[in-house]
Design a protein around this ligand. Structure first.
Ligand code: SAH
Length: 247
């Protein structure tokens, strides 16, 4: 649930809803959404909000019922077409809670199609709260004007992920030991994934395995060792510049 300013500087509230949107559609509000719109933002019947459902763009809706525990919106018209992110996944090893939240938020802002927490040999955290990370992803999409919310998957072991990997999807392997790697160019467009390791880096076994895979491309993110959260943003920037939707 997020407040943004549009070009006319009118405050606009953008909400992600798990409800298919279309002209004339009624959208019932959850208790939490009603609390935010009517308790926190003080909207009344007749006010407008922007909605997106992750698949049909952005729509303007009017508040027709406003209660403490619920409410109803009616969709009026489309305000933005659906815009899909590039076919890029972010695979990352979860780190401390706040930094993991940061990685999810930034990945959504940078434009990824899927967020995949991976357990590597040196992953700091043994489990994640998938629902909480998914909620962060929706909030980031609300805030950045996106119409798509990437799925945050359950955490899986890297070796299992690699075992059933579709090799058409290339992996940009961010390897902190490859600081001299030249040239840092990605070979071709198509489906990609970026892989970022944990604070402890990748184990020698993992690095060995990654380097043997034909669909993997090791890259360097410069001569300094970045923290995993910085590395995630840098790697997505790097990929977006070469392959993505920035131009
Ligand atoms: N403990 C490791 C650093 C891990 S940094 C060490 O001291 O060597 C966390 C992750 O960020 C790495 O696994 C890698 O995926 C990425 N990363 C950080 N700096 C990088 C760099 N200069 N080049 C490529 N990847 C980098």
């Amino acid at each position: 649930m997020y407040l943004s300013m549009d070009r006319n500087a009118t405050a606009k509230i953008r909400l992600y809803v798990e409800h298919t949107l279309g002209q004339g559609q009624s959208v019932p509000l959850s208790r939490e959404q009603a609390h935010y719109l009517f308790g926190v933002m003080r909207l009344r019947v007749g006010a407008h909000v922007l909605l997106f459902d992750g698949q049909s763009g952005e729509w303007r809706a009017e508040v027709v019922e406003a209660g403490k525990r619920g409410g109803l919106l009616v969709v009026e018209e489309q305000t933005k077409l659906m815009q899909m992110p590039p076919d890029l996944w972010l695979l990352f090893a979860p780190i401390k809670k706040a930094r993991t939240d940061f990685i999810v938020e930034k990945a959504v802002e940078m434009g990824v199609a899927r967020i995949v927490p991976v357990q590597t040999d040196f992953t700091n955290s043994g489990r994640i709260q998938r629902d909480r990370l998914q909620a962060h992803a929706s909030e980031a999409a609300e805030q950045c004007g996106g119409t798509y919310v990437p799925e945050v998957t359950e955490m899986r072991r890297l070796d299992r992920i690699l075992a059933d990997w579709d090799t058409k999807r290339r992996i940009m392997f961010c390897d902190e030991t490859q600081v001299d790697l030249q040239p840092n160019l990605l070979p071709q467009k198509g489906p990609w994934a970026v892989l970022i390791g944990p604070e402890g880096g990748f184990s020698p076994d993992e690095r060995d395995r990654m380097q043997k895979l034909a669909h993997t491309h090791p890259v360097s993110l410069g001569p300094r060792i970045l923290r995993a959260d910085t590395a995630a943003v840098a790697a997505l920037t790097f990929w977006q510049l070469q392959m993505g939707d920035w131009t």
